[in-house]
Design a protein around this ligand. Sequence first.
Ligand code: IPE
Ligand code: IPE
Ligand code: MG
Ligand code: MG
Ligand code: MG
Length: 321
Amino acid sequence: MHKFDELSKLFIERFNTDHFPQQPSTLYDPNRYFLQMGGKRIRPVLCLMGNELFDDIGEDAWQVATAIELFHNFTLIHDDIMDKAPLRRGMLTVHQKYGDSTALLAGDVMLVAAYEYLNKVSFKYSKKICQLFNQTAREVCEGQQLDMDFEQQQSVQFEQYLNMITLKTSVLLGASLKLGAILGGALERNQNLLYEFGRKLGLAFQVQDDYLDAFGDPSKFGKQVGGDIKSNKKTFLLIHTLETASAVQKSRLNELLKTDDNSKVDEILCIFRECKVDEWAKELKEKYLQEAFEHLEDTAVLSKRKEPLRELAYYLLEREH
Ligand code: IPE
Ligand code: IPE
Ligand code: MG
Ligand code: MG
Ligand code: MG
């Protein structure tokens, strides 16, 4: 069994080839630019770990891991347009550097490249792999639309938020593990338990993502701190604050949500702190992590083999970027 660090290194070695033709460079250079910025490469590593739980890592798993990372990068390029984000991984976003139209196309062609790798999977598994990949891709689009719809809504229930982050974030983590497990010849029960482990881990992961967006250290975070607040994202921080704030805090918060003032981010952060959302974030992450671990424990594989997944889970929830 490989450890998390070892697998990410091995993946990066394979992934750092040129995935695109030279011309037109105005289309492909933006993608090369984006991919060389790095990123944590978590999803492909989950796929490889899901695979290695059941067998030695096979060629199909490498192809699918590459497809997953390209798909993820496609969603980020488009997400940054939707979220009007200036920074990602400590550098200018693609649309900021090359314009919206190029960023749209660069993302589109990144998705096509993902499918080219998916198409390399051996015939025996191709139908099942494509089905799960496509279902997941569709769900991510649904989640992204709900995320934007919620910006316009005054209130969003916690259950609606959970559904939205399940779709935009969690399903891809679950699917990455399950795709690897399918290719490793896992029994269906184990495939599904791993999917559930990834799905719950994804909830905790998105809680941390929302937390960092508000409270992250700008020198480490790599994205614009306060971006979610600026665009009135209905993160769990805002939802929980609206549920627990005093009448005075609530009316101030609702006023601030209607403005675009320079002080908006600082003032909202101040109310978040008063309502102790940072402590709540910790509890929430811990709850989803424990639920995730229950599914991992139920997976019928020698406990020692699951150690890299446990290590990865802890890393994800403590991460600062
Ligand atoms: C960011 O994902 C998008 C979310 C689903 C929150 P990551 O935090 O995995 O992004 P990179 O690939 O490491 O930059
Ligand atoms: C993005 O969620 C999820 C997808 C890209 C599918 P966010 O908008 O919260 O991700 P970041 O914070 O920009 O990375
Ligand atoms: Mg975003
Ligand atoms: Mg977004
Ligand atoms: Mg975010």
